[in-house]
Design a protein around this ligand. Structure first.
Ligand SMILES: Nc1ncnc2c1ncn2[C@@H]1O[C@H](CCC(=O)c2cccc(C(=O)O)c2)[C@@H](O)[C@H]1O
Ligand SMILES: [Zn+2]
Length: 353
């Protein structure tokens, strides 16, 4: 895989602006954010794993021929997370990487089913993520919240286990705010998960399923009508249906756009063909996210640079993108106001120089 960091077609000063811009990230996966160093360290602990122990070799390992191949590689990294200590280390290091990019707030998608079915005790798992979340807030000032998602291909057993872990007060973590649906979309129709999303929403969680990443706009419609989605993960194929674009814009349903992810998983052929421009033109609320940054050879700052190029944004346009994510977040109102004010102060300061 070519290294996609630092899109050279974006002026140097915009990269500098982006690097210091306070940001919020709404669509980033827990295991998918494990840095090459962390993955290599975990792989060294488990020699039986096929995952390379050398960060350099991981770059080639994280090169995917299609979405199914991406999921296979993703699950080989999931297999490395075997103890609550692995979970805590991973979570704290993910928070450190987010803080380094001036991410003040992130909703991190976790798939607890994949870890509990691999033998990690559920209470120890929750204690590990919560311990890391509180440490990260205290030490980095980065506020984390959790999205628990169903790995859809694992079916209704996974759905039941995920909604139990998300709604049983004896185990659900304090930082949990939303409920999602990930994994392959092909052969995994969304309507079957309605009962589980109904239970999660009744327990006060926000619905944020992936949809329209590797299948057509009908999957996005299903996520809206059957799963009552408040935001859509990717929603890439929405651009094929003008009525859907108009609906998303009119009802102010944000898309969690992950540009480089869509190229790396072959969901979109080339970055210049990415439909993000159509979204903006239709008035759909766009948030920028990195999805699984180390796996896709990117990070959130690079995704903002890609968006700047595709949408021809200046500093104010980039600040608006960052504020879109803050507004679309499930952080409380004082928290949202605080980060939005930081963005305004930072932008005014940079433009005054
Ligand atoms: N861009 C993405 N688009 C979609 N999903 C994405 C994306 N990035 C990351 N994910 C994550 O990939 C996992 C997929 C896990 C999965 O399919 C599966 C299938 C069968 C069994 C098991 C198991 O655990 O036993 C797991 C999910 O956890 C999801 O959160
Ligand atoms: Zn995702």
């Amino acid at each position: 895989m070519t290294d996609r960091l630092v899109d050279a077609r974006v002026p140097r000063d915009l990269h500098t602006f982006i690097a210091g811009l306070p940001k919020a990230e709404l669509h980033v996966h827990h295991v998918g954010s494990a840095s090459p160093r962390i993955v290599a360290e975990l792989a060294a602990r488990h020699p039986d794993s096929k995952v390379p122990t050398d960060p350099e070799a991981l770059v080639d390992y994280f090169t995917f021929t299609d979405f199914a191949h991406f999921i296979d590689v993703y699950l080989s990294v999931v297999d490395l997370i075997r103890t609550p200590e692995d979970v805590r280390l991973l979570t704290y290091e993910v928070a450190r990487d987010l803080a380094r990019q001036q991410v003040r707030y992130a909703e991190v998608t976790i798939t607890p089913f994949s870890s509990t079915r691999r033998g990690i005790d559920e209470s120890a798992f929750m204690a590990a993520i919560e311990d890391a979340r509180k440490a990260a807030e205290a030490e980095f000032g980065t506020v984390l919240r959790w999205c628990f998602d169903i790995p859809g291909e694992a079916g209704l057993e996974a759905a039941e286990e995920t909604v139990r872990l998300a709604t049983d007060d004896r185990v659900r973590p304090e930082g949990l705010v939303s409920f999602g649906l990930g994994g392959p979309e092909i052969g995994v129709p969304r309507p079957q998960f309605k009962p589980y999303f109904d239970r999660a929403i009744a327990a006060g969680l926000h619905s944020v399923p992936h949809a329209g990443e590797t299948t057509g706009p009908e999957t996005v419609w299903d996520a809206l009508t059957h799963l009552r989605a408040e935001r859509i993960g990717h929603g890439t194929s929405s651009a094929q249906d003008p009525k859907l674009l108009a609906h998303l814009a009119e009802h102010r349903i944000p898309l969690e756009v992950c540009p480089t992810s869509n190229i790396a998983t072959r969901a979109v052929r080339t970055i210049d063909e990415h439909p993000i421009k159509e979204f903006a033109k239709a008035g759909v609320i766009v948030t920028i996210n990195s999805d699984d940054p180390p796996m896709f050879g990117t990070d959130l700052n690079n995704e903002y640079a890609v968006a700047a190029r595709l949408l021809d944004l200046d500093e104010r346009g980039l600040a608006d993108l960052a504020k879109n994510a803050v507004d679309a977040s499930f952080l409380d109102e004082p928290g949202r106001a605080r980060i939005a004010a930081e963005i305004d102060t930072y932008t005014a300061g940079r433009l005054a120089t």
